[in-house]
Every structure is written in C-alpha cells, then in structure tokens.
Design a protein around this ligand. Structure first.
Ligand code: ATP
Length: 362
C-alpha cells in the first residue's frame, strides 16, 4: 500500500536519511525503531508532507504521494504532545477536523459519537482536556486522528508522555484499536519493547539507513547485524571466527551456535545469546561437571565465571557474570529469585539452537 523508495534527506552536512526503501501493507501496524537522531521522525514528516526529500519516491496505492500537499494526503499525524485545544470540550476537539471540512452537522455528531465510543470516552465528551488523565487525553488525540478515516495514521512516540503503568494499558489499547478500525498505523519509537509489543513488523534504523525489517520475534531471535543484535533487547555478544557449529572465540574456546545461512566459515563473526537462554550452574553443584551433550540438545556448559551482581525484578532476576577473557560481564536471566549470590563461581551454557552467529560487520 505504502511504498517508500530510495528516500534521501540531507540537512547541510547531516544525512538524516540515506536511500531508505520500505513497503508497508494495508492494515499493518508498522514500527520505525531506532536510537535518537537516526532519521525516523524525518521519514514520518516526509510521508505526512511536512518535509521534502532530496531524492526518492513515496507512493500510496501506486499514486505519487509527494505531489500532494499535506492537507490533501489521506493521512493523519498524531504528535507526541497531542496538541489538543485546551478551551474546547473533548467532543469539539474530535469534531474540529470534520467541521473544517464543512460536513453536515448530523454526520459530524454521529461520527464523533462513534469514535468516542471506540476509544471508551463516550461519557467524557463534555469535559475539557485539563479534566482528563494522561491516558484519556491520549485517547482523545487518537479519536481526533481516526475520525477523519485516514488511510494511514502516523504516530510519533505516541506513548512517551505516559507513566509506565498507563503506557502498558495504552499499548494494549492501541493494538486493539488498530485492529478494530483497520487503518494502517506507522509508529515511530526509540523503545524496542514498545515496538515489539505493538507492531506486526518493525524496521530498525541506524544513522539514516534501515538495518533490518522483520516481525518482532524474528528480529529478536534472528538479528542479522551487530547493530540490531545489540539494539533490540539485551544480548550477550562474543566475537570470534565462524565455524559450522558456532564460533571459535579464541581464549574462550569454541562456543556453540547456529550461523546465519549466508555466513561463511572462517569469516569474522559474533555469537549472540540472549540472557534467558543461558543455563547457569553453581560450580560444585551436583549438576556441575555435566558437560552437556550437543547431540541430545542439552546445553553445553561453555564458560566459567563469577557472579558480580544479582538484581531481582519480581518475575525474573538478572545476574551479571564476569568471565575471564571476555570484556563485558555476561548477563543471565533466571525465573524468580536467584539462589546464587554475588561472588559465587558458576558455569554457563546454552543450546546451540538458541544462539545465533552473525557477520561481525554490518
Ligand atoms: P528522535 O528520536 O530524537 O526524534 P529521530 O530518529 O526521529 O530522532 P530525526 O529527527 O529524523 O531523528 O533527525 C535525523 C537527523 O537529522 C538528526 O541528526 C537531526 O539533528 C537532523 N535534523 C532533523 N531535522 C533537521 C533540520 N530541520 N535541520 C537540520 N538538521 C535536522
């Protein structure tokens, strides 16, 4: 439905977007994810029409979108700040865009009623924005964005102003709404958990370029570059040389993993293993000395180290483990409270199928 092809935008010396190409399907919930300054907002502004690219094309259903002025594009943009009119009621705020289009009064009343119902604010139509909670204001902004029935809704960091609990609720709400209204959503965020929980597909940006486009699970389990492996979720990265069954990590020895298909043996590589995939044994435990069995799929205990720190988060605990010969502590996640204390000597292992081996260069 939306086709972005070779978009480049420079600001003086800065190349905000460097030949970005993406295809977004009808009804998709699509996220643009990346660190601050990587060009996400610039791309959103180009789609909305507030910014002109130096090069490239954008089409919507095959029609040239860049030729249309912003107000003629079938697109709504929801800002971080919501930008609600403080002196107008909720219903008036939502009706504003339709009134400007001079739609019949009765149609406006009906459509505003319907959309307030959709976002669960039917009882609050007569309130002013100041009389609402942050989450409710967020819903008014959403209602105002969808009441005009755009083909595409662009959301710039839509949940960043909300506190953690409300944010989690609103994530669910946004997802439900998107399904209900069937409008294609493109959301910009620097929060990888938010992108993964919301989106059907995610494009990961780095310095004006797209590094990977994938579904959340694929992005998490099969990052294809060091940038994505390090940016999306916590990860342990071990540098070495690609081998059929993992990497040769020099001083650390052979580490088990599954190389990406395109990776050639002998190439400079990174082995990536998630904290929750690592199995930890205390040295001296009955289970210790069990070297595992790669054939039977049991984790092979690969590394030895000592626990530096244990942090309890309720459902999980995070342990950082110092491994001689590896610069960064290895992060291990265990269910619930950890039985292991700082200072304990431990052995770490994982299943070869749970670690991915990727090229060391982008
Ligand atoms: P954030 O998450 O912080 O909003 P972003 O990924 O959305 O970041 P952009 O706002 O798209 O990043 O900016 C990309 C780059 O282009 C940055 O280096 C920024 O400083 C630069 N930039 C953006 N707009 C302009 C402008 N109008 N003039 C000059 N430089 C700009």
């Amino acid at each position: 439905m939306l086709k972005i092809d070779g978009i480049t935008r420079r600001f003086g010396q800065v190349t905000a977007l460097d030949g970005v190409s993406l295809e977004i399907g009808q009804g998709e919930f699509f996220a643009l994810l990346g660190p601050s300054g990587c060009g996400k907002t610039t791309l959103l502004r180009i789609i909305a029409g507030f910014e002109t690219p130096d090069d490239g094309t954008v089409t919507l259903d095959g029609d040239d979108l860049l030729a249309l002025p912003p107000n003629r594009r079938p697109i709504s943009l929801m800002f971080q700040s919501y930008a609600l009119f403080p002196h107008m009621t909720v219903a008036k705020n939502v009706a504003y865009g339709l009134e400007r289009e001079k739609l019949p009064r009765e149609e406006i009343r009906r459509r505003v009623g319907e959309v307030l119902e959709t976002v669960g604010l039917s009882a609050h139509g007569d309130r002013k924005p100041a009389q609402l909670s942050g989450g409710q204001r967020q819903r008014v902004a959403l209602a105002r964005s969808i009441v005009k029935r755009p083909r595409l809704l662009l959301l710039d960091e839509p949940l960043s102003a909300l506190d953690k609990k409300v944010r989690a609720d609103m994530q669910l709400e946004l997802k439900r709404l998107q399904h209900e209204v069937g409008i294609t959503f493109v959301v910009v965020t620097h929060d990888q958990e938010e992108a993964m929980s919301l989106a059907d597909r995610i494009a990961v940006f780095d310095s004006g370029s797209v590094r990977q486009v994938d579904e959340p699970v694929a992005l998490y389990e099969r990052p294809r570059s060091p940038f994505v492996a390090g940016f999306v979720g916590a990860n342990n990265l071990f540098r070495g040389t690609a081998r059929t069954g993992g990497v040769d990590a020099g001083e650390l020895g052979e580490l088990a993993g599954t190389p990406l298909e395109e990776l050639e043996e002998g190439a400079a590589a990174l082995l990536c293993v998630r904290p929750e995939q690592i199995v930890l044994h205390r040295s001296g435990d009955p289970a210790d000395g069990n070297a595992g069995d790669a054939e039977s799929g049991e984790p092979v205990e690969a590394l030895e180290g000592s626990v530096l720190d244990v942090s309890f988060y309720g459902g999980v605990s995070h342990l950082s483990v110092e491994v001689p010969g590896h610069a960064k502590p290895v992060l291990v996640a265990v269910q619930g409270a950890s039985a292991v204390q700082p200072g304990a000597k431990v052995r770490l292992g994982w299943d070869a199928g749970d670690a991915v081996v990727i090229p060391a260069t982008p």
